[in-house]
Design a protein around this ligand. Sequence first.
Ligand code: PGA
Length: 264
Amino acid sequence: MKTALIGKKHTPLVIGNWKQNPPTLIKALQLSDSLKKTISKKNVLSHVCIAVPSVYLTEVHKRIRTTRMTVCAQDCSHEDGGAHTGEVSATMLKSVDVTHVIIGHSERRAQGESDERVAAKVGHALKAGLTTIVCIGEKKRDSAGDYFGVVESQVRAVLKAVPPSALGRFVIAYEPVWAIGTGKHATSEDVQEMKLFIQKILADVLNRQAVRKVRILYGGSVNKDNAENLFVEGRVDGFLVGGASLKAEEFAYIVNVADTYGKK
Ligand code: PGA
């Protein structure tokens, strides 16, 4: 594969995905305060986003708005309004100062979310002006390399919903399902190979300019011990961090890796 497809460097993006944690608003605000203290204001390069449960979005936003961090939603509706009990639209999220949204996380896909549904959500999120992180990744790695086909069909399905004018706000998070919450991460070689593979699909479906605009993150058991190697050798544009984002010191360390090496 051609390394020329790597393109110029982006501002790194580091997202902390809190998932269904912490259990109360008080604890969510305590964690926000700890992040405020630990995420450095110096050496600022990366954009840092915390994906909090939707009921906490407004209060956490108020708590961190003087910092470089912004809030991210963990999902949004496939429709922009109407009779959809329990759903929250991308427009609603944007109206309460949410800047980013994660769509198609494997934990949602495991509940039956299809590629078509993911694409519909991405279309609405981009239209509403949110930066949209779509998660893709194989359930397992087989020696025949079928996982490339899985990733390819997920990427091709979602690209149908991305207008060329929104490519700068479209982010792909490569998150192999087997690496999420397991302590087993993809190697930096695997990550770089998958990044190049995804870029090749982008060039094929769109064009080479598109490749430069789309950021590609890695997620799946990122922690303080592997972040440097994954960022530098994996050549990703940032991380989607789950478990380690609930520990302020560890998350700050990972952000610092992106700040430090994103410059080089
Ligand atoms: P993990 O989760 O870092 O705990 O593996 C990543 C994610 O689910 O986004």
